[in-house]
Design a protein. Structure first.
Length: 291
């Protein structure tokens, strides 16, 4: 059985991303497995699990843009910014109109400064923020830039708002919910979240976790090449393949603006990631075997 590749799983609610990976790992042992982009237990949808040598490509999947469908409830707050934490209801909440909600949402499109939730995996002095928050420690996490490519209102019937968001890596939708409500002079918590896509990995193509077995895994395993679709490709000759697997460089014309290349062999398999060396030649930074 092929044990190098990517598996797109439809994560159910109630499980951590690690628990999903553990189920996959039991099917592919002794190969390793790891996920590219954590989903909270509340969230469902696309979870890309990298298997075998593909675990060395996790960072490339993490860089891909992501799409979500989020549901929020206005007029309430929680320390976790979602319904997983203790809910505090506002006494006389403001009820924003659809026009106000739409206008406020438009202001979040682009590069914004976003403060991560206190209950998040952000590291503070070597500790996870959620560990410190659970101990009652007051946190003041610094905001950081994130990219919101688009934000579209789907339905709105107070107190529930459903919206779709396309965003860059590192975006917390819970923070987006919190900040959108603040812009409307009220509060809100996230009540549901579905990740509908990571790059070209779509929810419609994801494997339901309950159907996962050795046969479905083998049928749905994607090649490692799918993790680096954003990189320009170089088709290697047989001679170049031999040089690359020995860690040697090859001579190729310079391509402006590119810092990495995906090296493909004659059968279309990802053989290596290449980078420009000081002498101008291309050399491997990672070499993959297909055994």
């Amino acid at each position: 059985m092929l044990t190098h590749g990517l598996l797109v799983v439809d994560k159910p609610a109630g499980l951590t991303s690690r628990q999903v990976v553990d189920r996959v790992a039991r099917l592919v042992r002794p190969a390793k497995a790891g996920h590219a982009g954590t989903l909270d237990p509340l969230a469902t949808g696309v979870l890309v699990v990298c298997i075998g040598q593909a675990t060395r490509l996790i960072e490339y999947v993490q860089r891909m843009p992501k799409s979500y469908r989020a549901t929020l409830l206005f007029g309430r707050s929680s320390p976790t910014d979602d319904i997983e934490g203790p809910i505090v209801l506002e006494d006389e909440p403001r009820i924003p109109s659809l026009e106000l909600v739409t206008a406020a949402a438009a202001r979040f499109i682009g590069t914004i400064q976003q403060r991560p939730p206190d209950y998040s995996a952000v590291r503070v002095g070597g500790r996870r923020a959620y560990d410190l928050a659970r101990r009652g420690q007051a946190l003041d996490l610094p905001p950081r830039p994130v990219q919101i490519h688009d934000l579209r209102i789907v339905t709105y019937e107070y107190p529930e708002l459903v919206f779709d968001v396309d965003c860059g890596s590192g975006t917390y939708v819970r923070s987006l919910v919190r900040d959108l409500a603040a812009a409307l002079e009220t509060t809100a918590v996230m009540s549901a979240l579905v990740r509908t896509a990571i790059g070209d990995f779509k929810l419609a193509d994801a494997c339901p976790l309950e159907t996962l077995n050795p046969e479905t895994l083998a049928a749905r395993l994607l090649p490692m090449r799918a993790a680096v679709v954003a990189l320009p490709e170089i088709l290697l000759s047989d001679e170049e393949v031999q040089r690359i697997v020995r860690g040697q460089s090859i001579q190729r014309p310079a391509a402006s603006g590119d810092s990495e290349w995906a090296a493909i062999n004659a059968t279309g398999e990802l053989l290596a990631i290449l980078a420009r060396r000081v002498d101008g030649a291309l050399g491997p930074t990672r070499v993959f075997t297909q055994a």
